[in-house]
Design a protein around this ligand. Structure first.
Ligand code: FE2
Length: 260
């Protein structure tokens, strides 16, 4: 297959249909096995987050964003202002998840398990996560967490997301991911991704991340181990989005535990 033809084929396979998902070609999936997982682990422990640039193809970003027009794909829409979560809208995907979302969530989970288990050990927690995403989902179900949590988020000018933690029940996978679906400084301005870290007996410190379209950010859900004077200590983590000044900012959130 010639290069242009291959590209056209790839785009055709990614076009949205009016079913529950868009078709998945192997080319549309991120090459997780090629990511530098050593560096990702180091970035998570030193900076508190890891950024994989150009992780997701622009065409996939567009296809994900276009799913927002399909009501059948979602189980619940939230007007953030109504709950004082911020200003914007997010929508949780329904079961069954769009095929691409389900596959990437499952594969990313498996890749993150060693990092999550190391975090648990450093935090002094007993919890260890199974390599199999199916087994982890069974754990969620046995805790009454049956509702899928992957979501699409949309902010317009004036939008923002208050600092928060994505905990939906007793079972919590300690890492989550976000993919920016819009072009920074082109589709929107402002709307930086904010991480707030609270170390014991210290004032809070903020980290500002400015991803671009297709970048995937991995970050802690609610806490992370940091090095203290006498070994690892627990830092509480929150995240949010700063004020969007203009345009529209879309993102995909991949949370691994399900909701009650
Ligand atoms: Fe969140």
């Amino acid at each position: 297959m010639k290069r242009d033809e291959a590209k056209r084929h790839r785009y055709d396979r990614l076009s949205c249909n009016d079913q529950h998902s868009f078709s998945v070609s192997p080319l549309s999936l991120p090459a997780l096995e090629k990511w530098n997982w050593g560096e990702i682990g180091r970035d998570l422990s030193t900076r508190g987050y890891a950024r994989i640039r150009h992780a997701i193809d622009p065409c996939v970003c567009a296809a994900l964003k276009n799913l927002s027009a399909n009501e059948q794909v979602f189980r619940r829409r939230i007007d953030m202002a109504r709950y004082r979560f911020g200003v914007g809208e997010y929508a949780y995907f329904a079961d069954p998840l769009p095929e691409w979302v389900a596959l990437v969530r499952c594969r990313l989970y498996a890749a993150l398990v060693p990092l999550a288990n190391r975090m648990m050990a450093d935090l002094g927690r007993q919890m260890r996560y199974p390599r199999s995403f199916q087994k982890f989902q069974d754990q969620c179900r046995s805790s009454g967490q049956m509702n899928p949590t992957p979501l699409l988020l949309q902010y317009r000018a004036g939008g923002f997301n208050c600092l928060h933690r994505d905990v939906y029940g007793p079972i919590v996978f300690p890492l989550q991911a976000m993919v920016l679906l819009s072009r920074k400084d082109h589709d929107f301005t402002g709307g930086e991704f904010i991480l707030l870290e609270q170390r014991p007996r210290q004032q809070s410190r903020a980290t500002v991340v400015t991803p671009d379209r297709g970048d995937l950010i991995i970050f802690p859900v609610s806490e992370r181990p940091v090095t203290g004077r006498r070994g690892p200590v627990r830092a509480t983590m929150r995240h949010g989005v700063s004020l969007v000044h203009s345009g529209e900012r879309w993102a995909l959130g991949l949370i691994f535990h399900d909701a009650q």
